[in-house]
Design a protein around this ligand. Structure first.
Ligand SMILES: NC(=O)c1ccc[n+]([C@@H]2O[C@H](COP(=O)([O-])OP(=O)(O)OC[C@H]3O[C@@H](n4cnc5c(N)ncnc54)[C@H](OP(=O)(O)O)[C@@H]3O)[C@@H](O)[C@H]2O)c1
Length: 243
C-alpha cells in the first residue's frame, strides 16, 4: 500500500528519532513540518518547514495549527515524538522544592498533555480518510521503571489514550499507531545501556508502519519484551526495576 500524500508533522524533530523521521519522509518526497525548540537549527531542505516551539507551552499548539492552515495541505501523518525523561526520586530531601515540581510539570506537559492537545487542535486539518496519527510511547508504558516514575506514567497514559482514540476515529478514516521503541542510541539514552537500535532503524520501522496500516510498531527487542510481558509480566517488571 502506498502512503497517502499530504503534510507530515513531526514533533521532537531536531535530533534523535525525530530527526531520523524527518530525513526518512524528506527522502520519500513528502513535505515535512518539523517542530522542536531548536528546529531552526536544522539543515534547510526545500520540502522542510522548521518551527521553533516549546510544546510545554500550550499557546505554541495554536501557532502550529495556524502554520498548518497556511500550507493549505491536509496532514497525512502526525507523529507525536517529542519527549523527555527525568530521573525523579521521591525520597530525595529536595523533592518538595520548585525544581522537582518544574521537572515533573514539564515531563507531563511534553509527554502527555502536548500530544493530546496537538491532536485535538490538528484533527480538523487531517486527511480523511487516510490520515495517520503516530504516538511514540515506550516499553515502560507496560511495566514502569521505578527510577523514572513520572515518565513511565506519561507513557502509560499516552498508550491508553492511543487505544481509546483508535476506536473513536475509526469512523473518520484516521488510523492510530503506537510506536514502542526499544533502547535507541540518542541523547536521551546517552551513557546507558548497550546494543541500542539506531535512530534510522526505528524511523524506518515507523515509516513502514503507515504503509502497512500497522497498529503497533515494536521492532527488535521491543517486540520480544512485549511478548514476554504478556506471558510473564512479573519477570519483565523485575527486569525493568533493575534498569
Ligand atoms: N531513545 C530511546 O531509547 C527511547 C526509547 C523509548 C521511547 N523513546 C521515546 O522516543 C521519543 C524521542 O526520543 P529520543 O530518544 O529521540 O529523544 P532526544 O534525542 O532527547 O530528542 C528529544 C526531542 O524532543 C525535543 N524536545 C524536548 N523538549 C521539548 C519541548 N519542550 N518542546 C518541543 N520539543 C522538545 C528535542 O528538541 P529541542 O531540544 O530542540 O526542543 C528533541 O528534538 C521520546 O518520546 C522518547 O520518550 C525513546
Amino acid at each position: 500500500m502506498s502512503q497517502p500524500k499530504g503534510l507530515i508533522v513531526i514533533t521532537g524533530a531536531s535530533r534523535g528519532i525525530g530527526l531520523a523521521l524527518v530525513y526518512c519522509y524528506l527522502k520519500a518526497g513528502f513535505p515535512v513540518l518539523a517542530i522542536a525548540r531548536n528546529a531552526a537549527s536544522m539543515r534547510p531542505h526545500k520540502n522542510l518547514t522548521a518551527l521553533d516551539a516549546d510544546l510545554t507551552d500550550q499557546t505554541a499548539i495554536a501557532r502550529i495549527a495556524d502554520l498548518v492552515e497556511m500550507t493549505a495541505l491536509p496532514i497525512a501523518v502526525l507523529i507525536n515524538n517529542a519527549g523527555i525523561q527525568n530521573a525523579i526520586d521521591f525520597t530525595d530531601p529536595d523533592i518538595g522544592g520548585e525544581t522537582s515540581a518544574r521537572k515533573m510539570r514539564d515531563e507531563i506537559a511534553l509527554n502527555l498533555t502536548a500530544p493530546i492537545l496537538l491532536i485535538q487542535s490538528l484533527l480538523p486539518l487531517m486527511l480523511r480518510p487516510g490520515g495517520t496519527i503516530i504516538n511514540v510511547t515506550s516499553l515502560v508504558s507496560r511495566q514502569p521503571k521505578p527510577s523514572a516514575p513520572v515518565y513511565s506514567a506519561t507513557k502509560a497514559g499516552l498508550a491508553s489514550f492511543t487505544q481509546s482514540l483508535r476506536v473513536q476515529l475509526l469512523s473518520e478514516g484516521i488510523h492510530l499507531v503506537e510506536a514502542v521503541p526499544p533502547l535507541v542510541d540518542t541523547e536521551m539514552t546517552a551513557g546507558r545501556g548497550s546494543g541500542k537500535m539506531s535512530p534510522q532503524a526505528i524511523a524506518h520501522a515507523i515509516f513502514e508502519s503507515v504503509r502497512h496500516r500497522k497498529r503497533l510498531v515494536a521492532p527488535g527487542l521491543s517486540r520480544r519484551v512485549l511478548i514476554l510481558n504478556r506471558l510473564l509480566p512479573e519477570l519483565v517488571r523485575r527486569i525493568l526495576a533493575r534498569s
